[in-house]
Design a protein around this ligand. Structure first.
Ligand code: UGA
Length: 364
């Protein structure tokens, strides 16, 4: 199998490389601005890496050449950090829509299978949140790939720039398939967690990372964990290793995966952000053997203060997983605690200096 992967050096890409390069029948050519998370694969003869800031004209020509002998192109490249949707809206739209568009055209010209990583944010907010109902009718909150309407907030809430750009890409893929026959698969990830996830703010990266790294930063620095808008939002969390297994199954079963849209998440791991903060305090106390973390401070903050104007939250993301279960025979099993333990240990190892300096500051 020959694969091309854009964004192979990111969190998901690095786990996908681990999974696919463990096999002997796979050759991968990848593109990414960064190589830190995939250093261990750089010497692998089955992997060719291009460290480039973006897919410009030169790289697009290279990509077109490589498409000739490829079985699939997987596009993971994106700006997918909520703090940037309302603060860098033009970059978010440019990267996620306009920079991705020529790649679709190249796949269509070559009639090659494009596996596109979209987002669960395309669903926007649930119907029940707009109707302000307490009803527990799954029709009002469950996210079904081929049925649920995609409901975004008003233009002034720039949170939705990302979801709109991704939705437009999905529609372009679908239209290309209908018009030119280009095979496609759309993946909608629902909160993948695992080792090598986001950076810790003020150590690396730009803006505010996703919730796991924010809470980890607070624990490592001895600062309060901040709960946005009361921590009522709910997410379902899936282990990244199990999520990339779903992608491996798609690649092994092209007849089942082509021209489909898949939610990839774990229905059993639904949690509010307040409960996640509390669970992370307990797990951190366990892995550091420091009981004091069980009562680590948690404070409330408004979405506007935390993310700036134009933030609006997705209230709940409960995926219907029938597609992945029936077509790929995929069902994730790892509990949230089983996911948090190795993930938080990884942060503790990567940012040992930070934890150390915090201990020193508290002691002196
Ligand atoms: C993000 C991306 O926008 C999605 O595209 C992506 O699919 C998803 O992450 C993912 O990881 O799969 P979101 O879940 O909203 O979406 O991102 P987070 O930053 O992880 O926020 C989750 C919730 O935690 C939100 O309600 C946010 O307001 C809250 N939060 C975040 C806090 O309460 N405190 C923090 O310090 C940070």
């Amino acid at each position: 199998m020959r694969l091309l992967i854009l964004g192979c050096g990111g969190f998901v890409g690095s786990h996908l490389l681990d999974r696919m390069l463990a096999r002997t029948d796979v050759e991968i050519e990848g593109w990414d601005p960064d190589r830190t998370k995939i250093a261990k694969h750089l010497e692998n003869p089955c992997f060719t890496f291009h460290q480039v800031p973006c897919i410009d004209g030169v790289e697009l020509r290279r990509l077109e050449e490589r498409l000739v002998g490829a079985d699939a192109l997987i596009n993971l490249a994106a700006i997918c950090n909520p703090s940037q949707y309302n603060t860098r809206p033009l970059d978010v739209i440019r990267t996620n829509l306009f920079d991705s568009y020529p790649v679709v055209e190249a796949c269509a010209r070559a009639n090659k299978w494009l596996i596109y990583f979209s987002t669960s944010e395309v669903y926007g907010r649930t119907l029940s949140s707009y109707l302000k109902t307490e009803s527990n009718d799954p029709d009002l909150y469950e996210l079904r790939e081929n049925q649920t309407p995609l409901i975004m907030g008003p233009i002034v809430n720039q949170r939705w720039t990302y979801a709109c750009a991704k939705q437009m890409m999905e529609r372009i893929l679908y239209a290309h398939h209908a018009t030119t026959g280009m095979p496609f698969t759309i993946v909608r990830p629902l909160n993948f967690f695992g080792p090598r996830m986001d950076y810790i703010p003020r150590c690396a990266g730009e803006g505010v990372p996703r919730v796991l790294a924010c809470f980890m930063a607070a624990l490592l620095r001895g600062e309060p964990m901040q709960l946005v808008d009361g921590g009522k939002a709910r997410r379902t969390i899936v282990a990244v290793e199990e999520a990339v297994e779903a992608i491996a199954r798609m690649l092994d079963m092209p007849n089942k995966a082509k021209n489909q849209i898949f939610n990839i998440g774990n229905r059993d791991n639904e949690i509010t952000m307040r409960d996640l903060a509390e669970m992370m305090r307990d797990v951190f106390a366990e892995i550091t053997t420091e009981p004091k973390y069980r009562s680590h401070p948690i404070v409330d903050v408004s979405g506007e203060d935390f993310y700036g104007t134009g933030y609006e939250d997705c209230d709940r993301r409960m995926p219907d997983l029938t597609q992945a279960e029936t077509l790929l025979n995929w069902r994730p099993k790892r509990s949230l605690r089983e996911i948090l333990l190795p993930t938080m240990r990884d942060y503790l190892t990567r940012y040992a200096d930070l934890a150390q300096s915090n201990e020193t500051a508290v002691a002196s």
